[in-house]
Design a protein around this ligand. Structure first.
Ligand code: CA
Length: 736
């Protein structure tokens, strides 16, 4: 059955995207509420009525032994990275380099919210568990897409202002009949896998602080592991283990020291505190959040966590005496039984660029120099691809996989980067630096294919200018980068922006060299899946979903997903039929803040879970597009007023609404505000009238004159552009 679906979104010109203030943007951000463009729908009722047979006799019965042997169940995707080693490789091969040309849509599901979709689905015995924006959980019959139940944890709308990078969620964990969610407002929630009914929930954070959870929980031997985010806004990072049965806290591992006057929690914290020198980092939290990646080696019984950036970014404020500032930007190995420290490897000592090491980690056994090494691989934001001995943390090799200029190389003897002082020191002068805080590679998962021996990852070359923010202390900014970028004209920014590029990269981790790559038209592309069918799957910022041959990188199949893809695909099978699933929903840090460059993305349609199979429907693309009529905005402000508004906008608004008022397609582009919205501008910005949609009140940060100045700057920017308004288009969508 085919019927026409209608979608409404605004379209704006891509001209002048090279007027790219995005390079300048990430500097000094502040609390920013990311208002949702879609109305908040009514809660979805739990419906397990007619679909119970899809669930099977003992639903979601993932046990410790089954989790450890997850590789032996290619029909399922039991764990976040399919297996504890996080390879994101599937042995399924019915969809392969010969048959993939016949791939088409099997079923899809429109998510309740159209904001960023980043989740990895979990598939257990024919049932799929997946999350969407605002921490919504969905359970589907994985064969036909029937919704079994959904659950909305009712995250308060203005909690959006506590997040740097959108109200996203990267998935659930499943264990012994329960589904586990980390909600955006910091709760760990256990649900009945059969019905979605909440069994227990517990708060994992200090609700007074800007903590969030966007990462997927992991479960080892009945212990639910969860970290958090917030290092852009000023928190102290840690990871916690909870009892999967009752939600009791079992242990907590702090990644950075707290206030020395309060006393340190344990010897490890006391020891890392000696690497922080001068300053009062605890007032800003210190950072080091564990907001995404973990991996586990059952033989070594080691849990690996990826640790994030400093709060503030600026080490000259955070730790003015220097020091390594452990465990910022580190991979830390922990005994999961009691949360005790085993070893660490720090990728970026003294981190000051938002160079997190939270990026995806893959465990594999590699033949290096005639010897089998048990390795851990990571391509963190800082641009080097690391291969470590996962038993000891010893560095085996590290080479740049993108343009890097903050360090010349990594010294193999010491395991430390050799900084380029002309770039790495921005204490007195701003420095153009590769990579940007967006990272040479961000959270979007990689894949290791043991058949080709290659790691496949989305990469991006984006430079950024870092400089000290002299107004940091006075403004008491809540987002504590402490970094400010020098003023640049549009022309200057356009010149720098031509340096931006992005790739799907196939990397040989043994030789530390590129095997092949595919150029992408815009940064911030999706995670990667590889399969025994000699295939690599990836979605793009521009809304394509493609398959390449894993050995050579030849494009074999592509479909227009109608929406930018950031999530990683997975594959599974039901009754012997193989499926490929991916969430299509543009979002995340770059999508919100990226401004003119993010405008390249395909970001203006509905969020969907797309599931493909051989012989599925080939033509399914979107949808009716209805474009906003541009309403002239009041623009009688004087230069001083616009300048003041510009400064305030970039302090408070750009983090969600985009650098230089160019929206990335996730939340409303303010240049297109309706007359009604403009009339209610103060009520929204100060009165919080759109709080429920995620636009918090800024009354404690901006006064009425400030709000009016921001409005003037937005109007000024709106007047600088000529907008293209396209006619509506229509096409058909299949119904499941
Ligand atoms: Ca960060």
């Amino acid at each position: 059955m085919v019927r026409v679906k209608k979608l409404i979104y605004c379209f704006f010109s891509r001209e002048n995207f090279l007027n790219a203030g995005f390079l300048l943007g990430t500097a000094c951000f502040v609390l920013a509420g990311c208002a949702d463009g879609t109305p908040v729908p009514e809660p979805v009722s739990i419906d397990s009525g007619d679909n119970t047979e899809a669930v099977g006799l003992i639903p979601a019965q993932i046990t410790a032994s089954r989790a450890i042997d997850a590789d032996s169940e290619p029909e399922n995707w039991l764990l976040h990275g399919r297996t504890y080693n996080e390879q994101r490789f599937s042995p399924l091969d019915k969809i392969n380099n010969e048959t993939v040309k016949d791939l088409g849509l099997a079923w899809f599901h429109k998510t309740v919210f159209d904001r960023g979709l980043e989740a990895t689905p979990i598939v257990v015995d024919g049932v799929m568990y997946v999350t969407g924006a605002w921490s919504m959980v969905y359970a589907f019959n994985a064969k036909n897409g029937q919704l079994i139940w959904s659950y909305d944890p009712k995250v308060p709308g203005d909690w959006a202002a506590k997040g740097c990078c959108g109200v996203v969620n990267r998935g659930v964990a499943v264990w012994e009949g329960k589904v586990y969610l980390g909600s955006f407002d910091g709760r760990l929630i256990a649900m009945d896998a059969k019905s979605g009914a909440v069994i227990w929930e517990t708060n994992t954070i200090d609700k007074q602080l800007p903590y969030t959870i966007t990462g997927a929980p992991r479960i080892i031997d009945g212990k639910v592991l969860i970290g958090n985010g917030g290092a852009e806004l000023g928190v102290r990072g840690y990871v916690s283990a909870y009892d999967s049965g009752n939600g009791n806290l079992l242990w907590r591992f702090y990644t950075v020291p707290g206030d020395p006057k309060v006393g340190f929690e344990n010897e490890t914290v006391a020891r890392i505190a000696t690497t922080w020198k001068g300053g009062e980092w605890w007032k800003y939290g210190g950072g080091g959040t564990v907001w995404d990646s973990m991996a586990y080696d059952p033989e070594l019984n080691l849990l690996y966590i990826g640790v994030g950036n400093g709060s503030p970014w600026n080490q000259y404020i955070r730790s003015p005496g220097g020091g390594d500032n452990l465990f910022l930007s580190s991979i830390v190995a922990i005994n999961p039984d009691d949360g005790s420290y085993v070893w660490h490897y720090q990728t970026t000592p003294g981190e000051r660029w938002d160079y997190t090491a939270t990026q995806h980690m893959i465990l594999a056994d590699l033949d290096i120099g005639g010897k089998t090494e048990k390795v851990l691989m990571q391509a963190p934001k800082n641009g080097f691809f690391y291969v470590l001995d996962r038993e000891t943390g010893r560095l085996i090799s590290a080479e740049p996989f993108v343009t890097v200029n903050w360090a010349s190389h990594i010294d193999l003897e010491s395991g430390r980067p050799i900084f380029d002082p002309n770039v790495s020191n921005y204490e007195h002068q701003g420095k153009l630096t590769y990579p940007a805080g967006y990272g040479g590679h961000n959270w979007h998962p990689m894949s290791y294919n043991p058949m080709t021996g290659l790691v496949y990852l989305p990469t991006q070359d984006i430079p950024m200018v870092y400089a000290q923010d002299p107004g940091f202390a006075e403004r008491k900014m809540a987002i504590v980068a402490g970094v400010k970028l020098p003023e640049m004209t549009d022309d200057e920014a356009a010149g720098v922006s031509t340096l931006v590029k992005a790739e799907l990269l196939a990397w040989n981790p043994v030789t530390q060299q590129k095997a092949w790559s595919v150029s992408r038209p815009a940064p911030w592309n999706g995670g990667v899946l590889s399969t025994a069918g000699n295939l690599v799957f990836q979605g793009t910022a521009t809304g394509k979903f493609s398959a390449y041959s894993a050995d050579k990188g030849e494009k074999l199949w592509e479909v227009d997903a109608g929406n930018g893809i950031v999530a990683p695909p997975i594959t599974y099978s039901v009754d012997g039929e193989q499926f490929i699933a991916v969430m299509a929903g543009w979002g995340g840090a770059f999508a919100l803040l990226g401004g003119p460059l993010a405008e390249l993305s395909e970001s203006k349609s509905q969020g969907r879970l797309l599931v493909f199979k051989l012989g599925g429907i080939e033509e399914f693309s979107v949808v009716q597009k209805q474009h906003n009529v541009v309403v002239a905005q009041p623009n009688n402000a004087q230069g001083d007023e616009i300048d003041r508004g510009k400064a305030l906008y970039h302090d408070h608004c750009q983090f969600c609404h985009g650098n230089r008022v160019v929206g990335g397609g996730v939340v409303p582009d303010l240049r297109f505000m309706s007359e009604e919205t403009q009339n209610r501008f103060t009520a929204i910005v100060l009165g919080g009238s759109l709080r429920a949609r995620g636009m918090a009140s800024f009354a404690n940060k901006i006064d009425i004159a400030g709000a009016k100045a921001i409005h003037s700057y937005i109007a000024y920017r709106a007047g600088q552009k000529k907008f293209v308004v396209k006619l509506s288009e229509q096409s058909s969508l299949p119904e499941p």
